[in-house]
Design a protein around this ligand. Structure first.
Ligand code: IMP
Ligand code: MG
Length: 185
């Protein structure tokens, strides 16, 4: 993808590896919720590639919905508070909620989101993250049900993840070798 490279990006996971892992996650979710329906929540924007791929492998009646929250200002680290920019379309009381997030970094975003969803009394709450960067964890109360890949403490772009809104459309996941600060959402 030389056309859009301003930074040095090294490929860490190919599209094939990513899709293979997401298919496995979808299969496990399908088995877990046999006979039920699920309400898949994609956390915008980073999880959009992950959530739509995952949705294709969940063979159950499903609602797909989107939520947008902000926790990172441009150029700053996670503040630990989130603001809802776009809420779900429907009430989720009594639903089997599956949250799809792109990456678990400090864990602050998911910690807040999980608390918010629990207040809405879903029947079950299942949390999926494509990537987990455990070295950076601050929130201790985040329990993840499904993790795609555990990644090292490097700045990641591609497959939905951005650096200053760029590189989301790379079909692979890579390390931004010359990242100077964390930017994303
Ligand atoms: P948190 O620190 O776990 O709250 O992470 C919040 C959000 O920051 C994630 O959902 C991502 O959208 C973004 N983020 C964290 N680490 C990275 C990264 O390495 N690359 C791109 N975005 C990131
Ligand atoms: Mg995100």
């Amino acid at each position: 993808m030389e056309y859009q490279k301003k930074h040095e990006i090294s490929v860490y996971l190919t599209e094939e590896q990513i899709h293979q892992r997401i298919a496995e996650m979808g299969k496990e979710i399908t088995e877990k919720f046999q006979g039920e329906s699920v309400y898949l929540v994609c956390v915008l924007k980073g999880a959009v590639f992950f959530a739509t791929e995952l949705a294709k492998h969940i063979e159950l009646p499903m609602t797909l919905d989107f939520m947008s929250v902000s926790s990172y200002g441009a150029g700053t680290k996670s503040s630990g508070s989130i603001k809802i920019k776009k809420d779900l379309e429907c009430p989720i009381e009594g639903e089997n909620i599956i949250v799809a997030e792109d990456i678990l970094d400090s864990g602050n975003t998911l910690s807040r989101l999980i608390r918010l969803f629990k207040e809405r009394k879903p029947k079950t709450l299942t949390v999926c993250t494509l990537l987990d960067k455990p070295e950076r964890r601050e929130a201790e109360d985040v329990v993840i049900d499904y993790t795609g890949f555990v990644v090292p403490d490097k700045f990641i772009v591609g497959y939905g993840l951005d650096y200053d809104q760029r590189y989301r459309n790379l079909p692979y996941i890579g390390f931004l070798e010359d990242a100077d600060e964390n930017k994303g959402e």
